[in-house]
Design a protein around this ligand. Structure first.
Ligand code: HEC
Length: 120
């Protein structure tokens, strides 16, 4: 009997050890580091991060590889029309401003050697 209760107690200790860290996770583990963004883009990013993480992770839009502004305008309009999106026409302006920035960054990356070394 004593052995039984000791086992029960050590089981409880084990559970406590596992439960504690689990309670601390789940904070913003996705998206971009806003502090690395240029100052004027940050507020727009916050709107994007809040509105576009409701139904899927931010990795969805950020990793979609879209480099075309027109395509973003189309996507955001489509997402806004999803039932219960919580995205309003007013939000679109800020969201698209951020996404145009993101698309431009991506285009730079894709075109490769920007600003690297002098011109020929
Ligand atoms: C109301 C829910 C909802 C909101 C809010 C939402 N989306 Fe979506 N999004 C979806 C659904 C549903 C899909 C389709 C998922 C699928 O088919 O796998 C999707 C897919 C996408 C895709 C396509 C990804 C791919 O792999 O082709 C992109 C890009 C995207 N969303 C961007 C956004 C952006 C940007 C916002 C913020 C303006 C946003 N979403 C907000 C529901 C939402």
């Amino acid at each position: 009997m004593i052995a039984g209760s000791r086992a029960a107690r050590s089981l409880m200790v084990t559970l406590a050890l596992f439960a504690a860290p689990a309670a601390c996770t789940g904070a913003r583990a996705e998206g971009l580091d806003a502090s690395k963004l240029p100052e004027p883009v940050r507020a727009d990013y916050e709107v994007f991060a809040r509105k576009c993480s409701k139904c899927h992770s931010l990795a969805r839009p950020l990793g979609a590889g879209i480099t075309d502004d027109e395509q973003w305008a189309m996507y955001v309009a489509r997402m806004r029309r999803q039932p219960g999106s919580g995205i309003f026409a007013d939000d679109e302006v800020a969201i698209l401003r951020f996404l145009r920035f993101h698309a431009a960054e991506l285009r730079k990356k894709k075109s490769g050697t920007q600003d690297a070394g002098g011109s020929p």
